[in-house]
Design a protein around this ligand. Structure first.
Ligand code: FE2
Length: 434
């Protein structure tokens, strides 16, 4: 077995401003044309390599290293997790689920739905074919109008008692023709308008239906290794709602976004948990503060004359680049822009591959999720939320589920704490800018 890195790989992994989540397997970006000795060093300590292509854009290649190549912990793991939660940095829980359980077989059943759910009738057939022995008994109330006809495939209403309705919808993740990635979403009330609803009874109904139709979510929700730390961080009992089943397919995935709302923290959506159940997905996940810093770092490279081809592609005219330069001089403006749908006017830069994606990976914001692994995406409000984007990292469609975390007994909203100030400075990733 190869020993620890000594050279440039070590410098990248140990860079003081590289993010490191305890327990996470480190990921670095690489290029085939990198120095052969450098690549051989990576290979000797690698678990796997993934190629990243999403919606027709090439995002480069990553190498996942053994967990023992990660830097040592500076403080106890629990203290680091607690801080990550409050700073809205992603928390990796590799191997959350016990493989000696029902979920691997359930995940295979869900994978088999991938083709059927592409069709409008697939959703109703899936629901009709689920066993309904356990109460409550749901009655279909009929199809509902599509909220986003460009992506949605079908939407069905269900109720367990008159007037207590919920809905389930199937849809594509994007309008990109070759992206067949799907999701099945559970919710209640008017889509969009009620997404941040604080109606706990409605959320409980959503939870109940999701657990019945996707019983793997019941397993996840009762896993102590997930539930106990969440209750610690939130300081009270929690429950899960707004479930989504995801079939990320080759060439597809999700663009950078957050799952927060403009609302007081207490009693609101406190975060999202995603669990991979079949196949493999690759993630970029980082706090909105950290993403702001990385955007500024990237723009500084362009200001210094680096990445000329990126600047030419993204900001061909002088006025737009000057606008960008003015923006990155104000940290708060960058963060505010990134919180807008699609990251606002910074969307093309944030979605730029492979250069920006590689910078994020080398800065410690990349993760590869295997079946049974989980990632927690904390949310402390729009100014302190976890941004994330997803790639399919398998040759076949994959399957995973996400669910929002809410307080079971919320207290009255209190004034928000200011999020911590970001640290400054750049590391030797500079050596590897691309
Ligand atoms: Fe999300």
């Amino acid at each position: 077995m190869a020993t620890e890195f000594q050279g440039p790989q070590r410098e990248l992994l140990d860079a003081p401003d590289r993010d490191h989540c305890p327990g996470a397997r480190p990921v670095l970006a690489y290029r085939e044309e990198d120095d052969p000795e450098y690549l051989a060093g990576l290979d000797a300590r690698a678990l796997q390599k993934v190629r990243l292509q999403r919606r027709g854009i090439w995002h480069g290649e990553w190498i996942e290293l053994r967990a023992d190549q990660a830097p040592g912990l500076s403080r106890p793991r629990e203290a680091l997790f607690d801080e990550r939660w409050h700073r809205a940095r992603p928390i990796l829980l590799p191997g959350l689920l016990d493989h000696d359980a029902a979920w691997p077989a359930q995940a295979q059943e869900r994978l088999a739905l991938f083709e059927a759910l592409q069709q409008p009738e697939g959703l109703a057939e899936f629901i009709a074919n689920r066993p309904t022995d356990d109460p409550p008994h749901w009655r279909a109330t009929g199809p509902l109008p599509l909220y986003d006809p460009s992506r949605d495939i079908a939407c069905l209403g269900l109720e367990s008692q008159p007037g207590q309705d919920v809905w389930v919808k199937s849809g594509h993740l994007s309008t990109f023709d070759e992206d067949r990635s799907l999701r099945v979403r559970f919710s209640a009330g008017s889509e969009g308008k009620n997404d941040a609803s604080r109606d706990l009874d409605a959320h409980r109904r959503v939870q109940s239906l999701a657990q019945q139709l996707l019983p793997e979510t019941r397993t996840i929700e009762s896993t102590p290794a997930l539930l106990e730390p969440l209750e610690d961080w939130i300081d009270g009992p929690v429950f899960f709602t707004q479930h989504i089943g995801y079939w990320n397919a080759p060439g597809g995935g999700a663009l950078m976004h957050h799952d927060g709302f403009r609302e007081p923290i207490e009693g609101g959506q406190r975060g999202v948990v995603y669990v991979q159940l079949a196949g493999r997905t690759a993630w970029v996940a980082l706090s909105i503060e950290d993403l702001s810093r990385r955007v500024i770092e990237f723009v500084e490279y362009m200001q210094e004359g680096e990445l000329a081809w990126v600047r030419e592609d993204l900001f061909p005219d002088r006025e737009t680049f000057q606008w960008l330069e003015r923006m990155v001089a104000r940290f708060g403006r960058v963060r505010k822009e990134l919180g807008k749908p699609g990251c606002g006017r910074l969307g093309p830069l944030v979605g730029r591959g492979p250069e920006f994606t590689s910078l994020l990976a080398d800065a410690g914001h990349a993760f590869i999720l295997e079946p049974g692994d989980s990632i927690v995406l904390p949310n402390q409000g729009l100014e302190c939320t976890c941004m994330h984007s997803v790639f399919c990292a398998s040759p076949e469609p994959t399957y995973g589920v996400s669910m929002a975390v809410r307080e079971a007994q919320p207290t009255t909203p209190a004034p928000e704490d200011r999020p911590p100030k970001p640290s400054r400075g750049r590391s030797r990733r500079r050596r590897r800018r691309r």
